[in-house]
Design a protein around this ligand. Structure first.
Ligand SMILES: Nc1nc2c(c(=O)[nH]1)N[C@H]1C(S)=C(S)[C@@H](COP(=O)(O)OP(=O)(O)OC[C@H]3O[C@@H](n4cnc5c(=O)[nH]c(N)nc54)[C@H](O)[C@@H]3O)O[C@H]1N2
Ligand SMILES: Nc1nc2c(c(=O)[nH]1)N[C@H]1C(S)=C(S)[C@@H](COP(=O)(O)OP(=O)(O)OC[C@H]3O[C@@H](n4cnc5c(=O)[nH]c(N)nc54)[C@H](O)[C@@H]3O)O[C@H]1N2
Ligand SMILES: [Mo]
Length: 726
């Protein structure tokens, strides 16, 4: 398959038209996308009360392939009841993630137990009876509650309240596999864990660092902004071991000039080794100080630890920086000079930064670099973790975390007279480890695919298999329903947000809260997430003090409660559908929400690159045609791959290993091996590094994680390749 020379453009438009055709025509798709609901895909956010395909600055039409994909998936018909007696789990185990997703929508509750190889449709009553009785028999701390980032704030809030009042803090969300390192790293550096800027700040930046992300595939609408910044004479520095086509040249479909001539995106494209960012970012900071381009007044006036940090930088040898980053000094100098010339810089990053055993250190190195020139705490400049799921940030904000923010904890106790558990709760991977050790009995997963998303797939399956019951609330079938089975497994079909019977809310990565109107259910059978959760809560716990779960079936009541207990969400108490930016998050002044208003610089020793001599460093990433564990198409158009069972490596590495282009190999890591996989020549990856697709590659990813944020190192796996021999 040939690689395109730019991202976006006509192929993206053709794709949208084709998908629309398949989902019942362009008009039907357009109408679905225009309803007043927040977009379902990434956390850039669009839609809501301004109407679908509109962003928070009122710009229209904002659309991308991904929003169409996600909508098309929900517009599928239902999986027929006879399917479940026709296909056994043994047969379903051979279905690819794409085949599972395209079977259609889940429409009836399903139960599987070990005595059979089939799922059996059950009534909602039977399903909820089983869930409630199993929870009743279990000790609260032998249960865990996982939430993905597509559910609403209202469902997330009720879920964590239910889990805590039942008696456990084992409540977590997919952020522990995603941006947790950003939350932890930033909170310690500047006192807040989310973006410090709004969309308009990004639009007025003159320099954007885009580190460890591939927004051309994963946040396509961000490309419009980057292209605009370049057109205005601003710059974009891309830091990525892979030269991603769409980050070099991109054709914004909604802009005729861009569509015809393509916008250049990267002003400078820096290729570190996988895991080399900490060294690289530190090197840029060192060079900034050498050039005298740092803001000494800002550092001494608004930051702690600046003196030791400056002394440490001065002593750090350039040789070490170059060796541990894989980037030469002249490139570092070039980037530092661009930064030195900038008046308003935004630093943005994604999974290439957080998916490392030093994810928090990476994030703090970014914060250091920004603080060095006073680029946090003023308009048009700041820090922007590019979040994943459309409401992952909201799920965390409303309290779906093992430890509640102190203020939320206190207000739930004082305003509502509730008694909340105080023993520590487990993060996501820790839940699986506790399950594997036989310490857990029940798992409840609101959305997502915990099995497919987890490192060390064989271990994840074994861990889930030890549970008495796992309940999955989902919209479509995924690999977790087939390979993440407990002794008994319940699959409960729920409604996506544009089919919710009542309004719900979602929070974007710019801290903007949108209202989704919901809409008519496309199928009979699935229930609203909130309805299922409140019913379980009511039957399990009954009313507790002023908390009556029957009242909380009304999303307005849930929002009133969120508004009273979650700082920054006060606007929710009004009862109107006014969309708002969460209070206290945007930093327009150099006063940080820390105890004394100052930021903190952090010194982190530079880690060695992973792997022994002869091994490669593997990143596991998304293709153009997937959303996390959901695969919509086998091909990765941007990287020119027509199939997913490939490993992309540099031609020099192919030669060194004595492999020919396309030769079948076995890929092995410390925890597993995969093959046959085709070793393909990919000149755009830095030598010594390799790329495979998640979730299939998760059998290779060890449970090595960042001790600070508990995020697994999905992007740095030491691997060996040998020719496939059967
Ligand atoms: N269409 C679509 N959109 C999505 C998603 C999806 O699956 N599909 N997923 C959503 C979610 S939950 C998330 S978190 C985001 C993910 O968005 P991204 O983070 O963009 O996704 P990935 O494909 O995991 O990783 C992306 C990039 O990291 C680079 N990379 C790998 N290792 C390193 C490293 O060590 N250093 C640096 N600097 N770069 C590195 C890779 O080359 C790749 O370009 O997207 C969200 N949006
Ligand atoms: N190797 C490797 N592993 C990774 C990553 C990686 O880059 N490499 N990335 C990690 C990251 S960043 C993340 S965020 C996780 C993702 O982990 P998860 O969020 O757990 O997984 P998803 O694949 O996004 O979940 C997909 C399922 O969500 C369900 N769903 C869709 N919409 C709704 C809805 O409205 N309500 C409900 N209840 N369900 C819905 C569908 O049934 C679908 O099958 O994976 C992580 N795992
Ligand atoms: Mo994510």
């Amino acid at each position: 398959m040939r690689r395109p020379r730019s991202g976006g453009g006509w192929p993206a438009i053709r794709y949208v038209l084709r998908q629309a055709q398949r989902s019942g025509g362009l008009w039907r798709m357009y109408k679905a996308l225009r309803t007043r609901n927040a977009c379902k895909t990434c956390a850039l956010g669009m839609g809501g009360q301004r109407g679908g395909m509109v962003n928070e600055r009122g710009s229209f039409p904002e659309v991308c392939k991904k929003s169409v994909q996600a909508m098309a998936a929900d517009m599928q018909g239902a999986i027929r009841p006879e399917f479940w007696s026709t296909y056994s789990l043994a047969q379903l185990a051979h279905f690819s993630p794409r085949q599972l997703e395209s079977l259609g929508r889940l429409a009836q509750p399903l139960l599987h137990d070990r005595s059979s190889d089939y799922y059996r449709p059950v009534s909602w009553e039977e399903a909820i009876d089983l869930l409630v009785s199993t929870l009743r028999a279990a000790a609260p701390d032998s249960t865990f509650w996982y939430v993905s980032g597509r559910s609403s704030n209202e469902a997330g809030f009720v879920l964590h309240l239910l889990a805590r009042l039942y008696g456990t803090n084992n409540v977590n969300n997919c952020s522990y596999y995603c941006h947790q390192a950003s939350g932890v790293g930033l909170t310690r550096a500047i006192g807040t864990g989310t973006a410090t800027i709004a969309l308009e700040d990004l639009e007025s930046a003159d320099l954007v660092f885009l580190i460890g992300g591939n927004p051309a595939s994963n946040h396509p609408r961000l490309m419009t902004t980057l292209a605009r910044i370049r057109r205005r004479g601003g710059h974009v520095v891309v830091i990525n071991p892979v030269r991603e086509v769409g980050l070099i040249r991109f054709r914004v479909p909604s802009n005729l000039r861009s569509l015809l001539f393509a916008d250049r995106i990267a002003s400078v494209y820096v290729q570190p080794d996988i895991g080399g960012d900490l060294a690289l970012l530190t090197g840029i900071a060192k060079r900034i100080v050498e050039l005298g381009a740092h803001d000494a007044k800002f550092l001494s006036g608004h930051c702690h630890q600046s003196q030791p940090w400056l002394e440490w930088l001065a002593k750090l040898p350039w040789e070490e920086i170059e060796r541990k980053s894989g980037v030469d000094r002249s490139t570092i100098d070039q980037v530092a000079r661009l930064y030195a010339d900038s008046k308003r810089t935004v630093f943005s990053w994604t999974m290439g930064i957080t998916h490392h055993a030093h994810g928090v250190a990476n994030v703090q190195a970014i914060a250091n670099l920004a603080l060095a020139r006073g680029m946090v705490g003023k308009p048009g400049a700041g820090l922007l973790p590019i979040r994943g799921h459309s409401n992952v940030q909201g799920i965390g904000s409303v309290g779906v975390t093992p430890q509640l923010k102190q203020a939320v904890f206190e207000r739930l106790e004082s305003h509502y007279g509730l008694k909340l558990p105080t023993q520590p709760g487990l993060d996501t991977l820790a839940c699986l480890e506790a399950a594997a050790a036989g310490r857990l009995q029940v798992g409840i997963c609101l959305g997502g695919n915990l099995f497919g998303a987890s490192p060390d797939a064989r271990f994840a399956a074994e861990a889930l298999a030890r549970l008495e019951l796992v309940a999955y609330l989902n919209t479509t079938l995924n690999t977790g329903h087939v390979r993440g089975l407990a002794k008994r497994t319940l699959v409960l079909p729920v409604l996506p947000r544009d089919e919710e019977p009542q309004p719900t809310t979602q929070e974007s990565m710019f801290n903007f809260v949108r209202y989704s109107d919901g809409g008519p259910a496309r199928l009979a059978g699935p229930r609203s997430e909130l309805e299922v959760l409140t019913e379980v809560a009511d039957r399990l716990l009954g009313p507790i003090g002023p908390v009556d779960w029957k009242d909380l079936r009304d999303t307005t009541r849930v929002r009133q409660m969120i508004g009273r207990v979650v700082p920054g969400f006060e606007a929710m108490q009004e009862g109107s559908k006014r969309e708002f930016t969460i209070g206290g998050r945007l930093l327009r002044e150099p006063r940080f929400p820390t105890a004394d208003g100052r930021a903190v610089l952090h010194i982190h020793e530079l880690p060695d690159l992973v792997g022994e001599p002869g091994q490669l460093r593997l990143m596991t990433v998304r293709s153009e045609g997937q959303f996390n564990t959901v695969v919509y198409e086998e091909e990765d158009w941007y990287r020119g791959q027509e199939r997913r069972d490939v490993i992309l490596i540099h031609p020099e590495d192919l030669q060194r290993l004595g492999l020919s282009d396309g030769q079948p190999v076995r890929v092995s890591s410390q925890v597993g091996s995969l093959g046959p996989v085709l070793a393909r020549s990919f000149p755009d990856i830095k030598p010594g590094n390799a790329l495979m697709y998640y979730p299939e590659a998760n059998v290779l990813v060890p449970r090595r994680y960042d001790p600070e944020s508990k995020t697994p190192a999905f992007k740095s796996v030491a691997i060996s390749l040998v020719p496939w021999s059967g």
